[in-house]
Design a protein around this ligand. Structure first.
Ligand code: PLP
Length: 379
């Protein structure tokens, strides 16, 4: 299957027709345990925390899309991040991009730091500074690209080259781009992490996480912790993500097209100060985005000339865009990161501009989305 195209693998990888019945959709294996013919003799599954056929299908499919030989599904994106961070020995230093999901910051600063790990924030878009000011003993660079919520683009290849020179690993949170638009392992990253709650699931009906890697030693550690700590997704949740993956490519194309039109409308709008979408030629990292992504994604952020109050007023006026946290599903969402998704980053190096509004552009009719934003901005 590895020589097939993305869409073919998204629909078929890990999903042979069921051997017993011929069902073309992998059954949702709602079983906790599996019969053994003699002690230790079974058909590959013993107990559903350790492994489950529906989860195995999802892990094979998503690993294939990321170009990975190992893939692991988790109960949430943060559960996936937690397991990946636990692979670092206690006391290791983590370099975190200075623009990242607030929950990732909270996990590293409020859970791992008190337990002995250290971390520092870095502007990962400035690779020459990262190289000249490399933090001693850094064991991992943890980066998002595009970042949440400012949509900065980090050069994965350049950061990986610097990190590897210092014996550190690179983790890329590929939630915003998805493997349809960007494949970090092929650009040198050591592991990819996802909130599959977002574009992979794609329908706002499942919380999940994923890790992909080609590093066999790292994979052994993740497999052990996945079973030992047990933050696994249910078979039904695995089925929902698998079903989402089948339409990922067509959904992403529409997300990207709608986002482009909305970004262009916002650029021309007098109430808008600055539009942050990596597909705009004036975006500071547009050239890197063009090189490492196949399109520019469905997330659009912008700041308003009227500051925080204008942002708070606007986000409650839209009617097609729903005011809500999360992103990446078919319906359009609008939010105010500094008071919502990134509230936990207040007074930290990751604090978000309070005049910033973030859109997760859905796949509804474009004219409805444009009219909704125009009305909310003009009132
Ligand atoms: C970029 C990014 N990474 C990780 C997460 C955490 O994922 P989850 O909410 O599935 O735990 C989120 C959630 O919003 C996110 O936006």
């Amino acid at each position: 299957m590895s020589d097939h195209g993305f869409e073919t693998r998204a629909i078929h990888a890990g999903q042979e027709p069921d051997a017993a019945t011929g069902a073309i959709v992998p059954p949702i294996s709602l079983t906790t345990t599996f019969a053994q013919s003699a002690v230790g003799e079974h058909q590959g599954f013993e107990y559903s925390r350790s492994g489950n056929p529906t989860r195995a299908a999802l892990e094979a499919c998503l690993a294939s899309l990321e170009g990975a030989s190992h893939g692991f599904a988790f109960a949430s994106g943060l559960a996936a991040e937690d397991v990946l961070l636990r692979q670092l020995p206690v006391g290791s230093h983590i370099v975190l991009g200075n623009d990242a999901y607030g929950g990732t910051f909270r996990l590293i600063d409020k859970v791992f730091r008190p337990a002995g790990w250290t971390w520092s924030a870095a502007d990962l878009t400035d690779v020459s500074r990262l190289s000249s000011e490399w933090p001693d003993k850094a064991a991992v660079v943890w980066l998002e690209t595009p970042t949440n919520p400012a949509l900065n683009i980090v050069d994965i290849e350049a950061v990986s080259e610097i990190a590897h020179r210092h014996g550190a690993r690179v983790v890329v949170d590929n939630t915003f781009a998805t493997p349809y638009l960007q494949r970090p392992l092929a650009l040198g990253a050591d592991a990819v992490v996802h909130s599959s709650t977002k574009y992979l699931g794609g329908h706002s009906d499942v919380v999940g996480g994923f890790v992909a890697t080609n590093d066999a030693e790292l994979a052994d550690g993740i497999r052990f912790t996945q079973n030992a700590a047990g933050a696994v997704p249910s078979p039904f949740d695995c089925y929902l993500v698998l079903r989402g993956l089948k339409t990922l490519a067509v959904r992403m194309d529409r997300h990207c097209d709608n986002a482009r039109a909305i970004a262009e409308m916002l650029v021309a709008h007098p109430a808008v100060e600055r539009v942050l979408w990596p597909g705009l030629p004036e975006h500071p990292n547009h050239d890197v985005a063009k090189r490492q992504m196949d399109d520019f994604g469905g997330m659009v952020s912008f700041t308003l000339r009227g500051g925080e109050q204008a942002a708070l007023d606007m986000v409650r006026r839209t009617t097609v865009f729903t005011l809500a946290e999360s992103l990446g599903a078919v319906e359009s969402l609008i939010e105010h990161p500094s008071r919502m998704t990134h509230a936990s980053a207040a007074n930290s190096p990751l604090e978000v501009d309070p005049s910033l509004v973030r859109l997760s552009v859905g796949i509804e009719t474009l004219t409805d989305l444009l009219a909704d934003l125009e009305a909310a901005l003009s009132t």
